[in-house]
Design a protein around this ligand. Structure first.
Ligand code: AMP
Length: 216
């Protein structure tokens, strides 16, 4: 089973797709955004540092993120994994190449900026089970306003899911993360998925790509 690295702009649905793949296929889910949000909730030194950076839409420094990812790899002990949110810079990609063998594919989920903005500004998340909703999209609204359909917890808006923070995150994605697409393309491990589609179509496209890569 090949490991999966997601590269995507904000709101492409990498978190949602990761959770589906984890429950249907059984990967370990490594979400650097979730790891940082857990540190914020704990009030650790890392959490305090990360909070203002994340809320403003900026990136946490590479050395901190590389350290986090190394510790996480140690803890999953060689199980197949999905990397959701790392690497986000070319230096993180180089560091990852020093840690990983070549048993992975990189799934690049492309998305129009306007679609991304609408998804971000309307996004509501369940902090208990991780399901996400959109208050502006009829198909993705919760059945009861503000309550998770799956576990009944209250839904929250992430502090960085606002228009100002979105602009910073999107620009940072274009400037710092997009160059790594070329890096993985040249390595011959890149597959491209249209993330403007709905969740089910995106999922089916990812599964097709995984199956195609597994038989190579
Ligand atoms: P995400 O949940 O993947 O959207 O990540 C939320 C935020 O956490 C990002 O906007 C960044 O501020 C920070 N973050 C997550 N992963 C990384 C990373 N690999 N490098 C730097 N910052 C990160």
């Amino acid at each position: 089973m090949k490991n999966i690295i997601f590269i995507a702009p904000p709101a492409a649905g990498k978190g949602t797709q990761s959770k589906l793949l984890v429950s249907n296929i059984g990967y370990e889910h490594i979400s650097t955004g979730d790891i940082l949000r857990e540190e914020i909730a704990l009030g650790s030194d890392l959490g305090v540092l990360a909070k203002s950076i994340i809320d403003d839409g900026n990136l946490v420094p590479d050395d901190i993120m590389i350290d986090i990812i190394k510790k996480k790899f140690d803890s999953i002990k060689g199980k197949p994994f999905i990397l959701d949110g790392f690497p986000r810079t070319i230096n993180q990609a180089y560091a990852l190449s020093n840690i990983l063998d070549d048993n992975f594919i990189t799934v690049y989920m492309y998305l129009d900026k306007e679609v991304a903005k609408k998804r971000i500004v309307g996004r509501l998340s369940c902090l208990t089970c991780g399901k996400s909703y959109n208050e502006f999209d009829e198909k993705l609204m919760p059945k009861v306003n503000g309550i998770c359909d799956v576990c009944g917890s209250s839904l929250v808006k992430r502090a960085d899911d606002n228009e100002a923070s979105f602009e910073v995150r999107y620009n940072s994605y274009i400037e710092k993360t997009e160059p790594i697409i070329d890096y993985y393309d040249k390595m011959g491990v890149l597959v491209k998925i249209d993330a403007n589609n709905d969740r089910t179509n995106i999922y089916n496209s990812i599964i097709e790509c995984i199956n195609r890569q597994e038989v190579r």
